[in-house]
Design a protein around this ligand. Structure first.
Ligand SMILES: Nc1ncnc2c1ncn2[C@@H]1O[C@H](COP(=O)(O)OP(=O)(O)OP(=O)(O)O)[C@@H](O)[C@H]1O
Ligand SMILES: [Mg+2]
Length: 261
């Protein structure tokens, strides 16, 4: 059981090529991390997978997406949700004027309205804070609670795969830990997770497999443990970074360093 992207190319406004033939695989029983610097093309790849490119004047010009080897038509976002793939967009988008529960209901409509009460109970079980705030406006929630609501809304469609775009961005370390535990819980409940993160330490601490994207291409593809132990990844993504340089430049620099010494 796998969600797979085959050699996808994404172009915006018919001219800007930003994803240049990327392939990734997300098994239904694991967490896959997608790492990469700003502008690498991570969000564009997710949009390509969930039918959201057209909203941004972009389109897939090559390649395709499949679930269990069956091609998925990614031209319309609701069809993708129906096929079992939900996305939590960058910047925890919730409807601030709606209550918590209204936000969750919106998530369920995409697939089916059957069993709505059971689905809400399940989400409130996973996120007790949302249950306590069910009648409050989403705009009054903290950043971490809004992120939980955005994730809860995606789960209302009961996806087989969930794509999370930088869920830890801008959150305090303690809240990041809560989000991390939730992602592990989602995986344990049998949903495959694609986790896009700038927080590589967090992502690699729970991921089974990882990809690194740079300038529209996948430049590394390895078990998360191997990435955690990789010197270049440690240097560039796990704290000891040189700041601003690309992974390739870091490698260059290291090679030059070796040559000089
Ligand atoms: N709607 C758009 N029209 C034109 N170019 C776009 C559009 N959206 C994104 N881009 C460009 O595509 C490239 C990849 O952007 P994308 O948002 O996919 O990267 P990212 O890896 O998600 O970055 P970040 O870490 O900043 O979220 C960037 O150069 C960006 O400026
Ligand atoms: Mg992004």
């Amino acid at each position: 059981m796998t969600l797979a992207v085959h050699n996808i190319e994404v172009v915006y406004e018919d001219v800007m090529l930003v994803v240049k033939g990327a392939s990734i695989r997300v098994p239904s029983e694991g967490i896959v991390a997608l790492l990469g610097a700003n502008g690498a093309g991570k969000t564009s790849l997710l949009r390509a997978m969930t039918g959201l490119l057209s909203v941004h004047r972009g389109r897939i010009t090559r390649g395709h997406v499949s679930i269990d080897d069956q091609p998925v038509d990614t031209r319309r976002a609701p069809d993708v949700v129906r096929a079992g793939v939900s996305q939590v967009m960058e910047g925890r988008r919730v409807f601030v004027e709606f209550t918590v529960e209204e936000n969750l209901r919106v998530g369920a409509y995409a697939r089916t309205r059957a069993g709505l009460a059971d689905k809400l109970d399940r989400i409130y079980g996973m996120f007790p804070i949302l249950g306590q705030r069910r009648t409050q406006r989403a705009g009054y929630l903290s950043g971490g609670e809004q992120q939980m609501l955005a994730i809860g809304r995606a789960l209302m469609a009961e996806p087989r795969y969930i794509l999370l775009d930088e869920p830890s961005l801008g959150l305090a370390p303690q809240v990041v830990e809560q989000i991390r535990d939730l992602i592990v819980g989602i995986r344990d409940s049998g949903t495959g997770v694609l986790l896009v993160e700038q927080n590589a330490a967090m992502a690699l601490s729970i991921a089974d497999h990882g990809y690194v994207m740079e300038n529209g291409k996948i430049v590394m593809d390895a078990p998360a443990r191997a990435l955690r132990d990789d010197d270049d990844i440690r240097e560039f993504y796990l704290g000891a970074g040189t700041g601003g340089a690309s992974l390739r430049e870091v490698k260059h620099y290291r090679r030059r360093k070796r040559w000089l010494s």
